[in-house]
Write a protein that binds this ligand. Structure first.
Ligand code: ADP
Ligand code: MG
Length: 372
């Protein structure tokens, strides 16, 4: 049987670690909810999406993560049917979507600018699409209340959007998008307009709501913390293509390419004996004189910079063997003044050899050397 998680992205010899969770399949025999094969889209000379292959299982919370301009929105718009690919195919539940207009696809989209009608009540906003498609009044009411309950806004039907907080308004937009039970919900930076605290709160809420409604979510963000916190799997986009696909822990702990290493965390790339590898800052220990570093790979260096950040202190260590590493230490006992005195000190750093990960060339570079 075909593995629902199968992803045709060139990530070298990498294997999925044994402990990484499989995407939750609704029924193993079903085709993936969304399949992109060789999808490419250019606007004149600008290649927005440069050949993307993806399979997303039913019920997954799947995130497209990447910097601005990396092709995330274009990919989403092609799934929604607002744009057609120049090459490649998009399937929903095994059905080819080529040429089908947006309203004939079992897909809905939530944008950052979620534009509720200000003069309508919350209930009327959620009912709007059903009114357009001539669903009867009683049915509309029932379904709108159900959707509002799902986003924890039961009883808010008669309020006007102006009487709601930003997070509540975004949840009304979500209710409006899920009320007709799409197979797939596309969310393009839906929390981008909210301030940090509210955004973090909404991340948890959205993830909870997704689990309850069981709709496949394809979520776009440029925020790596958001992607790691919310997703079942993440696709890291770079220059219109995918660098790596995997569960959050795999993306963070075993970044495939230099780009992923630096975009999802601190890059910390070293070269030793002709091998290029990375080691995450929190895996590295600053060894005390009493610590013999047994079982660790150790290197000598000088602390070049120290940044006290409350929960942790960050050290920039220049290594005698070449290169620099960021080391993060949890502030169990240290105080800021102690930390700052460490600047210029000679230190030994150490990490367990299995914490290093070989770093491959970015697939974006490979693509450019070998254009289709
Ligand atoms: P992201 O959502 O990751 O920021 P986009 O998919 O919006 O990226 O854009 C990818 C690239 O395609 C960018 O270089 C962008 O300028 C270009 N692009 C997107 N839409 C259009 C368009 N309608 N016309 C011309 N160029 C576009
Ligand atoms: Mg975008």
């Amino acid at each position: 049987m075909e593995e629902t998680a199968a992803i045709t992205v060139d990530d070298g010899e990498r294997e999925r670690p044994a402990e990484s969770p499989e995407p939750p399949p609704r029924a193993a025999a079903e085709p993936p909810d969304v399949r992109l094969a060789g999808v490419r889209k250019a606007y004149g000379d600008v290649v927005a999406v440069a050949g993307v292959d993806l399979e997303i299982a039913a019920g997954e919370f799947f995130t497209l993560l990447g910097p601005s301009g990396s092709g995330k929105t274009t990919t989403l718009r092609m799934i929604a049917g607002f744009e057609e690919p120049d090459q490649g195919t998009i399937e929903l539940a095994g059905r080819d979507m080529t040429g089908l207009p947006p309203y004939e696809r079992e897909v809905n989209t939530v944008f950052q600018d979620y534009a509720l009608f200000p003069h309508m009540t919350v209930g009327d906003n959620v009912e709007y699409g059903m009114r357009v498609s001539k669903v009867g009044r009683a049915e509309r009411r029932t379904r709108a209340s159900g959707a509002l309950k799902m986003v924890r806004l039961g009883g808010f039907e008669e309020r006007k959007p102006s009487m709601l907080s930003g997070g509540q308004r975004q949840r009304v937009a979500l209710a409006r998008a899920i009320v007709n039970r799409p197979r797939v919900l596309l969310l393009d930076e839906p929390l981008g307009a909210l301030d940090l605290k509210l955004r973090e709160q909404m991340q948890v809420e959205l993830k909870g709501i997704q689990g309850e409604v069981g709709i496949t979510f394809i979520y776009v963000t440029h925020d790596q913390d958001e992607a790691l916190t919310m997703s079942d799997r993440v696709a890291v986009f770079n220059q219109g293509g995918i660098e790596q696909v995997g569960p959050p822990a795999e993306i963070y702990e075993r970044p495939a390419t230099r780009f992923v290493t630096g975009f999802v965390g601190v890059s910390n790339v070293l070269e030793r004996d002709g091998t290029r590898f990375t080691v995450r800052p929190e895996k590295i220990r600053l060894l005390e004189a009493t610590d013999d570093g047994q079982g660790l790979h150790t290197e000598r260096g000088v602390i070049r910079d120290v940044a006290y950040a409350g929960m942790v202190t960050r050290y920039l260590v220049q290594l005698d063997g070449g290169g620099e590493l960021q080391v993060v230490r949890q502030n169990l006992e240290t105080s800021s003044s102690e930390a700052l005195e460490q600047r210029g000190r000679q230190v030994t750093v150490g990490w367990r050899p299995e914490q290093t990960v070989a770093v491959l060339e970015d697939s974006a570079n490979t693509r450019m050397e070998d254009p289709q």
